[in-house]
Design a protein around this ligand. Sequence first.
Ligand code: OAD
Length: 268
Amino acid sequence: MVEIQEVLKEAEQVGVLSGAGLSAESGIPTFRGKDGLWNRFNPTELATFEAFQEDPKLVWKWYIWRMHLIANSKPNPAHYAITEMEKLFPRFLHITQNVDGLHREAGGKKFVELHGHIFDGKCRFCGKHYTAEEFSELFPIASKTFLKSITEETLKGEVFRKIDEGELPFCRNCGEIVGPGVVWFGESLPEEAIEKAFNFAEGCDVLLVVGTSGVVQPAASIPLIAKRKNAVLVEINPQETPLSPYCDFVFRESASSALPKLIGLLKR
Ligand code: OAD
């Protein structure tokens, strides 16, 4: 780690590209790998607009189950280490694919969420976006405060029953059913977020690639854009990924072990 400490001490523009592995130690399952969500569930039945049109109740039950899990999770030392990094570099950006918002809860301010935020709402029919606050008024059973207060038993009993009976969020604008504020397969990423991420990657001195399998585009191309502009790439991931061969430093460790260590070295 000593060498990377030297590189980071010289760096002015530093970015982090994160994925589900960042929140794994907060108890939120990743998507791929042995215990990954996509091994247990079929993404085309749950994370596409077609699936939502076909069976909005099923899709909402799955999202509310995940929202309940997230509402009852806490940021881990890796999230806090990223918040610390914001203060250490003149120019910093955390580019995340995570929709859980745990980086916000850890006090992070300089982030872009490429795949949206699970507690927001998005009407695919008219395009209206609801902030988490607005959405919790429209659909109280999906609010973070409510989900924090109930057990999994209540969730799968009472809450799922309400959904089955037709309690769904109807758009204030067009009256159609609003979906969660995340990016589904086949949908475009929020334009502003992806533009900011790409521009930042182009000017990066160092980019840390943390807890992502590096297989979902366009996020997976961000490290390559940075590399093309001579950025130093650092991977933090217990497993090898398609991005590993491009990385200058590789730490086969969990994010919550490697990132606080790195911060410790930088503060010395
Ligand atoms: P994946 O589930 O594809 O990959 C998670 C990565 O985290 C794997 O490479 C693991 O080895 C690594 N990992 C696991 N535990 C870790 C830990 N404690 N510390 C560090 N790394 C760890 O998740 P993403 O790359 O985020 O998209 O997946 C990208 C997108 O695919 C997601 O945003 C989601 C999914 O479909 C949408 O929902 C649009």
